[in-house]
Design a protein around this ligand. Sequence first.
Ligand SMILES: *[C@@H]1O[C@H](CO)[C@@H](O)[C@H](O)[C@H]1NC(C)=O
Ligand SMILES: *[C@@H]1O[C@H](CO)[C@@H](O)[C@H](O)[C@H]1NC(C)=O
Ligand SMILES: *[C@@H]1O[C@H](CO)[C@@H](O)[C@H](O)[C@H]1NC(C)=O
Ligand SMILES: *[C@@H]1O[C@H](CO)[C@@H](O)[C@H](O)[C@H]1NC(C)=O
Ligand SMILES: *[C@@H]1O[C@H](CO)[C@@H](O)[C@H](O)[C@H]1NC(C)=O
Ligand SMILES: *[C@@H]1O[C@H](CO)[C@@H](O)[C@H](O)[C@H]1NC(C)=O
Ligand SMILES: *[C@@H]1O[C@H](CO)[C@@H](O)[C@H](O)[C@H]1NC(C)=O
Length: 336
Amino acid sequence: MFNRLSKIYTLILILAFLHRLAISIPIISSENNFRSSNNNVHYSRSYDNHNYLELDIQYHYGQFYSTLLSFGNPVQNVTVLVDTGSSDLWVSSPNNIYCYEDGKNTNINHSINCTKFGTYTRDKSSTSNKLDHRLFIQYGDGSFADGEWITDTLTIGPYDLQSVQFGISNNASTIISGVLGLGFLRTESIDGYDGSPNKLYYNLPAYLKDQEITNTNAFSLFLNNSNDASGTVLFGGIDYSKFSGDLVTFPLVNIYPKLINEPCTFTITLQQLYGKINGGKSIGLIKEKVPALLDSGSSLISMPIEITDEIALMVNSTLDTMTSLHNINCSAFGRQ
Ligand SMILES: *[C@@H]1O[C@H](CO)[C@@H](O)[C@H](O)[C@H]1NC(C)=O
Ligand SMILES: *[C@@H]1O[C@H](CO)[C@@H](O)[C@H](O)[C@H]1NC(C)=O
Ligand SMILES: *[C@@H]1O[C@H](CO)[C@@H](O)[C@H](O)[C@H]1NC(C)=O
Ligand SMILES: *[C@@H]1O[C@H](CO)[C@@H](O)[C@H](O)[C@H]1NC(C)=O
Ligand SMILES: *[C@@H]1O[C@H](CO)[C@@H](O)[C@H](O)[C@H]1NC(C)=O
Ligand SMILES: *[C@@H]1O[C@H](CO)[C@@H](O)[C@H](O)[C@H]1NC(C)=O
Ligand SMILES: *[C@@H]1O[C@H](CO)[C@@H](O)[C@H](O)[C@H]1NC(C)=O
């Protein structure tokens, strides 16, 4: 998912031009180095004098990546979507009008199986605090969450993070009970709507750094292979056992130069995209460079129509205008 600012293509790709690693963040060379772990959290207070925290993520095939978070006292568990395309954490209340009733989808407007993903009730937590400001966030797929801002304890592994700011909503049209946005603070949805707080706050990666649970406001996302159902998000470190070859950096692109003077999304420049059929030669599909958002909130690649047209041409697919899907003659690829 990506928030209201972004009208940009969603691509997770390997690029042709590489820049050398310039950042310096802690190195974790193997999972065995994790001092402790409980349930879906791995953590260490001191490894190479660096602190880090790792959460397991689950891939709901073709839909989204999620992790389990524990809110309030006593804890209420909610499965939230892990989203590099937005910056705010919010969770659904059980009264969300978009929740299925008793886990059953009785109405076309009910989009969330709240029984399955869990919900959070502020009144059931002794540590919650209302902030008297409205939450409103709209995502690139048209879904939104309308509600209020609160603070409460977030328990992750051995840490009880006190007074973490997040939103709660009983009017959220997403497909899951909450979103964990990991983007920049400057992309937080805290202004531009009625009742907004107009005040930046520490979202989870920034909070972990501020509380010295991590040494740096940086994280690594490991999605594993595309068919695997699990991966990890590692706050404050890089796990070199998770990849081979060199680690390289790409400059971020500012796609809103009129609004802001520095990049505010994880958008990089896509120089070229190659396609190749049945051992034929590689064909460049992009005529000019395009900005590409690295968005864990979408399990799809979306791209400008000029590029999908090129791909269609290459595979001789035809657009079915009824479904907006492309049909491909599989026999051309040796399949029925
Ligand atoms: C919440 O999740 C944690 C971690 O998986 C688990 O230990 C705990 O039992 C769960 N609590 C509830 C109330 O579901
Ligand atoms: C779904 O929501 C729309 C807009 O909120 C509303 O007009 C429509 O009646 C709803 N449909 C059902 C089946 O409730
Ligand atoms: C919602 O989730 C519950 C619990 O996981 C499950 O039993 C139920 O079948 C789900 N409902 C639908 C409509 O998928
Ligand atoms: C839900 O939020 C939307 C977007 O702010 C708003 O238009 C709609 O009236 C709200 N619905 C309810 C029942 O509060
Ligand atoms: C990645 O997928 C492999 C299976 O291909 C699995 O054995 C492994 O546990 C997964 N790693 C993580 C961290 O989920
Ligand atoms: C696409 O059509 C062209 C011309 O009809 C043909 O030469 C080519 O082999 C086709 N490619 C595929 C992948 O079917
Ligand atoms: C699919 O491709 C095969 C082999 O190129 C051809 O014989 C067949 O007519 C094609 N089918 C359609 C629906 O275009």
